[in-house]
Design a protein around this ligand. Structure first.
Ligand code: DC
Length: 283
């Protein structure tokens, strides 16, 4: 296990009990206790004092849920997953960032998006790391911070293209299963509830009207006029590819709660998701 993995796993254990109590009591997502726990994760990981985390825990630790949030681009998954994870003291993993990192590597190494065996080899030879932070995942590719680069349009397109290959997906799914095996995780993507964790405790499929999703994406990227049309067209094309690919197309798991966020505020969506999570905690 790498130092990074150790940090992530023990952080979840250290924060879990407090945060579940917070959720049950209905305290705010910005509760300072949640923040200080989260900050201690960074401080201690960077200071390599990992032993601290293995302090005695309760004899009866709470069950750590696996929460899957799937849906198309622009539906608001990342924001909801990140806020929910903070509130619970869970880890938030953006599985799409792993496909983005591989897409970037394919661009840099000039590997064709159509060459499945070469892409699988590239994945095997790469070190792709996700570091949860307060504002989303930091993405490291072979130790290099590519968090911003992987959000650029060429990498966004590359991610969608490399993700169509079954063997690439197999590799990704296995890594994602390793990362989430211990629970205490909110993982978002396209196939989390169907393939990565078909037995997830909570499955949400977050959708929204395509026009609303396009507008959100344009606002997020601060895109205006001329390039706005291109961004919307790219989103539609990526949507089409993600939904129609043969391997694990984007579909809601039969047992997922389908939430249409078109006319809901972020707070309203979060509230609904929390209700589902609370029911699981109360079981
Ligand atoms: O969530 P995102 O926009 O960062 O995802 C980028 C691409 O990665 C997306 O177009 C499809 C692919 N992806 C996937 O196939 N399966 C996932 N679980 C997550 C992302």
């Amino acid at each position: 296990m790498s130092g990074y993995d150790s940090c992530v796993r023990v952080w979840a254990v250290a924060t879990h009990a407090t945060s579940l109590a917070q959720l049950k009591n209905g305290s705010s997502p910005d509760d300072p206790r949640g923040k200080s726990e989260t900050m201690s994760f960074f401080r201690i990981c960077h200071g390599s004092r990992v032993q601290f985390f293995f302090s005695p825990m309760s004899d009866n630790p709470p069950h750590k849920l696996i929460i899957a949030i799937d849906g198309p681009a622009g539906a608001g998954k990342s924001t909801i997953a990140s806020r929910l994870a903070r509130k619970l003291g869970y880890i938030n993993l953006e599985s799409g960032a792993m496909y983005r990192a591989l897409g970037l590597k394919a661009i840099e190494w000039d590997v064709s998006f159509e060459d499945e065996p070469a892409l699988v080899k590239l994945a095997h030879d790469s070190r792709i790391q996700l570091e949860p932070t307060l504002t989303g995942n930091r993405v490291l590719l072979d130790g290099r911070d590519v968090s911003e680069r992987v959000r650029e349009p060429d990498v966004t397109d590359a991610a969608s293209r490399v993700s169509v290959h079954p063997k690439v997906r197999e590799w990704m799914v296995a890594r994602q299963q390793e990362m989430g095996a211990g629970g205490g995780i909110v993982m978002e993507g396209r196939d989390i509830g169907t393939k990565v964790f078909p037995d997830a405790d909570v499955k949400i499929f977050l959708d929204a009207d395509p026009v609303v999703r396009e507008q959100r994406r344009l606002r997020q990227q601060n895109v205006r006029d001329a390039s706005g049309g291109a961004t919307a067209a790219e989103l539609r094309e990526r949507d089409r590819r993600d939904r129609t690919r043969a391997a694990s197309p984007l579909v809601a798991a039969p047992d997922a709660l389908i939430l249409d966020s078109s006319s809901l505020s972020e707070d309203e969506v979060l509230q609904r998701v929390e209700e589902v999570v609370k029911n699981k905690i109360d079981l």
